[in-house]
Design a protein around this ligand. Structure first.
Ligand SMILES: Cc1cc2nc3c(=O)[nH]c(=O)nc-3n(C[C@H](O)[C@H](O)[C@H](O)COP(=O)(O)O)c2cc1C
Length: 329
């Protein structure tokens, strides 16, 4: 029976076990420019021992898509040498590292980015009312995601995760709450997923057939009138068509940790549904603290991998300790 400490492949990448350290913003990148710092490198290297794969926190792909100070950036070639150092430090521990690339969209703030934020529709959602993106600006953003992917390749990352959750730009397009457009990018489900699929396809073109490409899916908005799991099942199939290999299932329009959710595995039911719907490797989790629970959901084939977030902040050696507990050293 396949358990937590059995290996798995995401496209061409062999991963030694099924523990994925979840993307989590640290605020440790450079305050002004989002460059990699020594503190940031230490944060990730400290958590690499026996971890299957680390996914970095969200990296903004253009300055107007920045969410907070100290956020990692991948919007300029000048940031690539720092990213390279981070990659090397984690890979030297025998652990692959993926990078999450993101755009905050309408929840960015002009006080930080120097201009009003952009979003699918000009409706208040974050701190201020954003500007509605034109079709040509959307096409430009597809290219900017592509350029970020090129930098990630140059830096040597083992995987790219596209951030499509937690109420940020790609989630804003998918959600009928934040997307009120009347053109090809709004209205029907097909139209609302058009931009995220264009991003996935463009990145696939750039990285080639073998490179592992992941999507962080906001599978449910947890808000009345928002994305349903049925929508996400359709979207998941399309994502695979667009070249996505693995789907990291999360949810909630309201940020990274919806306050209403508790207990171990709060997004496992959604992940299980996404796994049934398509052919991607599916990563599930939410609130997981014990290796026994993580091992169980893998053994029951509910998900292919687990993401572990806050438990890794509390215990940097979570994976190594899990191996001891489950006697898999
Ligand atoms: C401090 C913090 C920062 C986070 N930053 C991100 C992020 O940058 N990208 C992302 O997709 N999720 C982010 N998340 C969400 C986590 O990846 C994860 O989905 C969430 O914490 C639930 O999993 P857990 O209960 O194992 O922590 C963050 C969560 C926390 C606690």
């Amino acid at each position: 029976m396949v358990g937590l400490f059995d290996s798995i492949k995401i496209n061409s990448l062999e991963i030694k076990n099924r523990i994925l350290m979840a993307p989590m913003a640290t605020g440790l990148a450079g305050e002004q420019k989002g460059e990699v710092t020594d503190k940031l490198i230490k944060h990730y290297a400290d958590r690499a021992e026996k971890t299957g794969i680390i996914i970095t926190e969200h990296n903004y792909i253009e300055p107007v898509g920045r969410l907070h100070k100290g956020q990692m950036g991948i919007y300029s070639d000048s940031l690539t040498p720092g990213l390279k150092k981070l990659v090397k430090a984690v890979q030297d521990c025998g652990t692959p590292i993926g990078i999450q690339i993101s755009h905050a969209g309408g929840v960015a703030s002009s006080s930080l980015v120097g201009q009003p934020p952009v979003a699918p529709s000009s409706i208040p959602g974050g701190k201020e009312t954003p500007r509605e993106l034109t079709e040509s600006q959307i096409e430009g953003l597809v290219e900017k995601f592509g350029q970020a992917a090129e930098r990630a390749l140059t830096a040597g990352f083992d995987l790219i995760e596209i951030h499509g959750a937690h109420g940020f730009l790609l989630n804003q397009f998918f959600s009928p709450i934040t997307n009120k457009r009347k053109d090809n990018y709004g209205g029907s489900l097909k139209n609302r997923i058009r931009f995220p699929l264009q991003v996935a396809k463009r990145i696939r073109e750039i990285v080639g057939n073998d490179f592992p490409l992941e999507y962080r899916l906001g599978s449910v908005d947890l808000t009345p009138g928002g994305i349903t799991l049925e929508d996400s099942e359709v979207f998941a199939k399309e994502l695979v068509w667009a070249g996505i290999n693995s789907i990291n299932v999360s949810g909630g329009l309201c940020g990274a940790s919806p306050p209403s959710l508790s207990g171990e595995g709060f997004f496992i039911p959604q992940a299980e549904a996404i796994k049934k719907a398509g052919k991607a490797i599916v990563i599930g989790g939410g609130g997981i603290t014990t290796p026994e629970f993580a091992d169980k959901v893998i053994k029951e084939k509910r998900v292919d991998m687990v993401f572990i977030g806050r438990a890794f902040l509390k215990d940097p050696k979570w994976a190594a300790n899990a191996a001891k507990k489950l006697k898999k050293e």
